[in-house]
Write a protein that binds this ligand. Structure first.
Ligand code: DP6
Length: 340
C-alpha cells in the first residue's frame, strides 16, 4: 500500500459563515484565522481495487472505527471523484486523529476536511504528476475540495487570515474556494492568540447542518447576510490599519450576530450557557477597566474563544487563571494562536 500523511489546522471565524445554498455555497463571505495547535492528522493508504470507482476500506478516528464518520467520508470520497479522476480504481484506508482532546466541543470538521483534501490532492499528484482541472494553483483546488466536505474547511488550507466567499473588497475572492489575505495584514495581527475556554463538552443540541438550513426561513437572514458582507470589507480595512480596538468591536458584533440568528430561527434555540455569558461579561469588564484590547468570539456552541495580542499574554493568563477558568468544565482551557 502507498501512504501519505497530511495535517489540517482548525480555524476560528471572525466574520461568520452561517447560511448556505446550492452545493456548499455560502450566503455571505467569511473571514477566519487558522490556528496553530488545534489540528487533525490524517493518514491515507491506497491500493488498486480493480473497480471503476474509488472505495473506502477501513476508516478509523482516534484509532477506533467510527461508523457515522466513515459513512460521511465515504459519501464525500464518492462525490469528489469527478474532480480527482485518479481516485477511480483505488481502495483507500484512512485513519485520522486530532491534536486536541476528544469531546472538548471544538469543531473538527474544518481541520478534518482540510487534512483530507490535502491528502487526496497529494495522491492525485503522486499518481499523475499533476493537478487536473482548471484551477489557479494547487491550494485553490485543495480549498475547493475541502469546501465540499465542510464549508469552513475551505479557509483552513491557508496559514494566517483567509476569506471564503465573494467579497467586494477582494477581486479574486470566490464562493467556491478561499483565498489568503496575509500580504495586506498589519504585523500586529500576526501575533494574535486564542485561549479556548471549554465551557461545555456536551454534544450540541442543534448541529451546524440544521443550523445553516434554519437560515433559509429566518426573517432576519437578509439583513444578516448584508451585515456579514459589510463586516468583511470593514474587517479587511481594520486588519490593514492594525486597529486592535476596532477589531475587538467587530469580533464581538459578529459572534453575537451568529447567536442572534440561532435565537431567531424557527424553532428558536440557544447554544449559549450561563457560564458563556459570565465569561463574556468578565472579558468586557476587563477590557473596560484595563484598556487592554481583548475580545471574545463564539462558534456554534457554548465555548468562548478569547482573542488577544501576544504582548498581553501575561495579563490574560492571569485573568483566566484567577477568574475565567472557574466557569469552564473541569477548569479546562486550551492555549492556541494564529498559525504562521
Ligand atoms: C459557526 O463549516 O461546520 O463555525 O459547511 O455544514 O460543514 P458545514 O458547516 P461548518 O459551519 C461553520 C459555522 C461556524 C462559522 C464559521 O466557521 O464561519
Amino acid at each position: 500500500m502507498n501512504k501519505i500523511i497530511s495535517t489540517g489546522h482548525s480555524n476560528i471565524a471572525i466574520v461568520k459563515y452561517w447560511g448556505k445554498h446550492g452545493k456548499q455555497l455560502p450566503m455571505n463571505p467569511s473571514l477566519s484565522m487558522t490556528l496553530q495547535n488545534a489540528k487533525t492528522e490524517t493518514i491515507i493508504e491506497w491500493k488498486t481495487n480493480n473497480e471503476t470507482k474509488s472505495t473506502l476500506g477501513k476508516f478509523t478516528f482516534e484509532n477506533k472505527e467510527n461508523k457515522p464518520f466513515q459513512e460521511r467520508i465515504a459519501k464525500y470520497i464518492d462525490s469528489i471523484q469527478a474532480y480527482i479522476p485518479a481516485l477511480k480504481g483505488l481502495e483507500l484506508k484512512i485513519s485520522s486523529s486530532n491534536s486536541f482532546p476528544h469531546s472538548t466541543g471544538i469543531a473538527s470538521s474544518a481541520s478534518a476536511y482540510s487534512a483530507l483534501a490535502q491528502g487526496l490532492v497529494h495522491i492525485e499528484k503522486s499518481i499523475t504528476g499533476t493537478i487536473s482541472g482548471n484551477y489557479k494553483n494547487e491550494k485553490v483546488k485543495t480549498s475547493f475540495l475541502a469546501r465540499l466536505g465542510s464549508g469552513s474547511a475551505a479557509r483552513s488550507i491557508y496559514k494566517g487570515f483567509s476569506v471564503w466567499g465573494k467579497s467586494d473588497a477582494l477581486n479574486e475572492s470566490s464562493d467556491t474556494y478561499a483565498i489568503p489575505i496575509n500580504n495586506q495584514v498589519n504585523p500586529i495581527f500576526k501575533k494574535l492568540h486564542d485561549a479556548i475556554l471549554i465551557v461545555s463538552t456536551d454534544e450540541k443540541k442543534v448541529g451546524s447542518s440544521l443550523g445553516h438550513s434554519l437560515m433559509n426561513n429566518n426573517i432576519y437572514a437578509k439583513q444578516r447576510f448584508s451585515q456579514a458582507r459589510k463586516n468583511t470589507v470593514r474587517l479587511i480595512n481594520i486588519l490593514i490599519q492594525g486597529n486592535m480596538p476596532a477589531f475587538c468591536d467587530l469580533v464581538e458584533e459578529e459572534a453575537l450576530a451568529l447567536h442572534a440568528m440561532m435565537m431567531t430561527s424557527t424553532p428558536p434555540y440557544l447554544l449559549l450557557a450561563a457560564n458563556t455569558i459570565k465569561i463574556i461579561n468578565h472579558i468586557q469588564e476587563f477590557r473596560k477597566s484595563t484598556g487592554i484590547p481583548i475580545c471574545f468570539t463564539l462558534d456554534a456552541g457554548a465555548n468562548v474563544h478569547l482573542l488577544y495580542h501576544e504582548n498581553n499574554a501575561a495579563e490574560v493568563k492571569d485573568l483566566i487563571e484567577s477568574q475565567l477558568k472557574y466557569f469552564c468544565q473541569n477548569d479546562k482551557w486550551i492555549s492556541d494562536k494564529i498559525f504562521f
